[in-house]
Design a protein around this ligand. Structure first.
Ligand code: ADP
Ligand code: MG
Length: 348
């Protein structure tokens, strides 16, 4: 009789353990939760799995909207707007804004000014900021380029000072950094499997709930369809190109929203798109824009000197270049199987 009593407790504990195990498994396998919203001038789709996903996604959306308010170039309440209209006086930034400004300035230096966070006045002249597109005169561009130069920005601790006329724009790096901060927030909430689509910038948290890799379709810069599939775990995938935001001028030419800071004209160097694969979204974002500005040769040289990222370069004539680290993770789709695919390795 006594032995039976001793048995009841372990059996009960086992049953409880099994119930908890099955419940957790059920939750892990549950349908993903999805949230779609508009922020930072783009559509965002966040997908998360597991316990607490709904609440975590609500917080993620709030975080994106908070950062948008802080970094907007057009909202008079934003810190960036205040710096841009401070008449040369210093403005104190929050820690996270100071950090992204510091990062943008250091990447501008590292890429020899291909990333130029003070290009905004030139971007405005082309009408990319309002949608009222026009082709500025060359003299107008030359004059505006006088205000451009990341080295004009003075950041000391959290204090930023810009000379009158110089304007800072985090458009090329902000979404990447916002992705990093949001991913961190989701991880703190216990989320181990999620995919953030930030207007085409992808931030993957962990793997899919079953442990397999995320399969991302890489959009064709030549029109409809996906040129291939990239398999990833726990990283950021960021693409830049002039095929999404552009206008057709009166001269019939296409003008894209990524500018060459040396000339003030939209980049037109034969590259159709650049996709960067990195651990950090902010690095991916800074590099996707700047490697697009540098062009094929410049981007390959930069990669050979750094190698802390992978990339996919597509040219307008239909060549695809991959760095060696992702050659086994990328597959061309059937309809693009005829594209010329080349691997960039450290030796070539
Ligand atoms: P998207 O924001 O469309 O995903 P990017 O990350 O490449 O693409 O950022 C492009 C934006 O960056 C432009 O819309 C503009 O605000 C700004 N920009 C354009 N040219 C440059 C440049 N050479 N350096 C830094 N920012 C740029
Ligand atoms: Mg970018």
């Amino acid at each position: 009789m006594r032995r039976k009593k001793f048995l009841v407790i372990p059996v009960f504990l086992c049953a409880l353990g099994a119930a908890i195990y099955f419940r957790q498994n059920l939750e892990a396998e549950a349908e993903p939760l999805r949230k779609e919203f508009f922020a930072m001038d783009t559509y965002m789709t966040f997908t998360a799995y597991g316990r607490g996903a709904g609440q975590a996604l609500d917080q993620a959306e709030e975080e994106m909207k908070r950062l948008e308010k802080e970094w907007s170039v057009t909202d008079a309440d934003s810190k960036i707007y205040q710096v841009n209209h401070s008449g040369g006086n210093p403005v104190t930034l929050s820690d996270e804004t100071a950090q992204i400004v510091k990062f943008a300035l250091s990447m501008a230096e590292e890429t020899d000014g291909a990333l130029e966070p003070t290009i905004y006045p030139v971007l405005s002249a082309w009408g990319f900021t309002t949608g009222e597109h026009r082709i500025p005169e060359e003299e107008e561009l030359e004059e505006l380029l006088q205000t451009v130069g990341y080295e004009k920005a003075e950041l000391s601790g959290n204090q930023l000072r810009l000379p009158t006329g110089t304007e800072l724009d985090l458009g090329a790096v902000g979404k990447g950094y916002a992705g990093d901060l949001t991913a961190e927030l989701l991880r703190e909430q216990g989320i181990t499997s999620a995919l953030l689509d930030i207007g085409g910038n992808i931030q993957a948290i962990g793997a899919k709930p079953d442990g397999s890799k995320w399969r991302l379709g890489i959009r064709s810069p030549f029109g409809e369809g996906q040129i291939g599939v990239l398999e990833i775990i726990d990283c950021a995938v960021v693409t830049s190109g002039n095929y999404e935001r552009y206008f057709v001028g009166e001269d019939g030419k296409e003008y894209g929203h990524i500018l060459d800071p040396e000339t003030g004209y939209p980049v037109d160097n034969g590259l159709a798109s650049v996709t960067i694969i990195t651990e950090q979204g902010k690095l991916g974002d800074a590099l996707s824009t700047s490697m697009f500005v540098k062009g094929l040769e410049g981007a390959v040289d930069y990669w050979k000197n750094h190698r802390d990222f992978d990339m996919i370069l597509m040219t307008e004539s239909g060549e695809v270049y991959l760095t060696e680290g992702i050659q086994d993770s990328f597959m061309l789709s059937e309809s693009f199987a005829n594209l010329d695919l080349q691997v960039i390795d450290s030796l070539s």
